[in-house]
Design a protein around this ligand. Structure first.
Ligand SMILES: Nc1ncnc2c1ncn2[C@@H]1O[C@H](COP(=O)(O)OP(=O)(O)OP(=O)(O)O)[C@@H](O)[C@H]1O
Ligand SMILES: Nc1nc2c(ncn2[C@@H]2O[C@H](COP(=O)(O)O)[C@@H](O)[C@H]2O)c(=O)[nH]1
Length: 295
């Protein structure tokens, strides 16, 4: 293999291990399953994961605890999961089996998932990707008083309504949550389709702003809140400008809100970086899969 190919493979392997560690820490995958994969294929992402990294990716294990476990099991910190000897594997397996079950994350008890994040981070793009590639998940269609952008279709992207119609939706209690976003237009989540989908056992995704996410948390404490992050602030600005749908004044207004939203990311159950749309969508969907598990 030439040097370039070897370096590409090394980058891919690092990415696969990072993704596995994320899945472990969010309990999308169990430690037992990772160990099983490592033993089945020592060259896989699981097999090439170092034992200390594996341990600290497990919920509630910090560096101190990790070092005590390694000493207790007699495993050297340089060992990879796929390179463990028979006795070490057995010791690690026994230790994993003996761990108290972790409390399930919030998502594991809910099928209502909220996707929020600053303007232009890609919420709509990621949500659209999910709608196209994972049709089993219902993407809620919001009502808004904002006028449609070119190409936006009533009933598909939003229900575009005037102020009087929005007032009626609020008065009749037909919205699960609503907010004035960026201090300008009102947006709200119609309650009916969500309640019907949840009653049918479907998972529902809401793409809404921070104020709405807080209201959903209050109304449905089991809902899982996911915050979508940009790779950097500059990239966020670039995406907003590149989208080309707002004038300079509106962009400035949205970026002011973005700073407030970014400061609130700690309120969310999960954070997903949208560097690449399909990968971010996959991460969100993994959370919805966890959410579909019976508690
Ligand atoms: N991973 C990505 N890499 C590069 N560009 C992206 C990525 N995700 C989204 N974009 C682009 O960024 C722009 C903003 O995306 P989008 O409209 O989905 O953001 P949003 O979070 O829904 O914004 P808003 O809250 O303002 O409605 C779009 O032009 C989209 O194509
Ligand atoms: N609270 C709610 N916020 C919503 C809802 N639908 C969309 N949004 C958020 O509004 C902004 C702006 O959207 P845009 O389409 O004008 O760019 C964005 O943050 C959306 O997430 C809703 O039903 N409730």
């Amino acid at each position: 293999m030439d040097r370039a190919a070897a370096s590409r493979r090394a980058v891919e392997a690092r990415r696969a291990r990072a993704s596995l560690k994320r899945d472990l820490s969010t309990r999308v995958i169990s430690g037992q399953e990772v160990l099983r994969r490592a033993l089945a294929d020592p060259a896989s992402a699981a097999g090439t994961l170092r034992v200390p990294e594996f341990l600290t990716s497990l919920p509630a294990i910090g560096e101190g605890k990790r070092d005590r476990i390694l000493a207790e099991l007699g495993i050297s910190p340089v060992k990879r999961l796929g390179g463990l000897g028979v006795r070490q594997r057995a010791a690690l397996q026994e230790w994993l089996d003996g761990r108290l079950p972790e409390p399930q994350p919030r998502a594991a008890r809910s099928r209502l998932l909220v996707l929020a994040g600053p303007t232009a981070v890609g919420k709509g793009t990621v949500a659209a990707h999910i709608q196209e590639h994972y049709p089993e998940i219902l993407l809620s269609v919001s009502a808004t008083t904002r006028p449609p952008r070119p190409g936006e279709v009533d009933g598909t992207h939003y229900f575009f309504v005037d102020d009087a119609a929005f007032d009626e939706l609020v008065a009749r209690g037909e919205l699960l949550e609503w907010a004035t976003v960026h201090n300008k237009y009102r947006y709200g989540t119609p309650r009916g389709p969500i309640e019907r989908a949840l009653a049918d056992g479907r998972t529902v995704l809401l793409e809404i702003d921070l104020q709405g996410a807080r209201q959903v948390r209050a109304a449905a404490p089991d809902a899982a809140l996911v915050f979508l992050l940009p790779p950097s602030w500059d990239e966020l600005v670039q995406r907003l400008v590149g989208r080309g749908t707002e004038d300079a004044e509106e962009r400035a207004r949205r970026l002011r809100t973005a700073r407030v939203e970014l400061a609130a990311q700690g309120e969310f159950d999960y954070r997903v970086v949208n560097a690449e749309v399909a990968e971010a969508a996959r991460e969100v969907v993994e959370l919805t899969k966890a959410s579909a598990r019976p508690s």
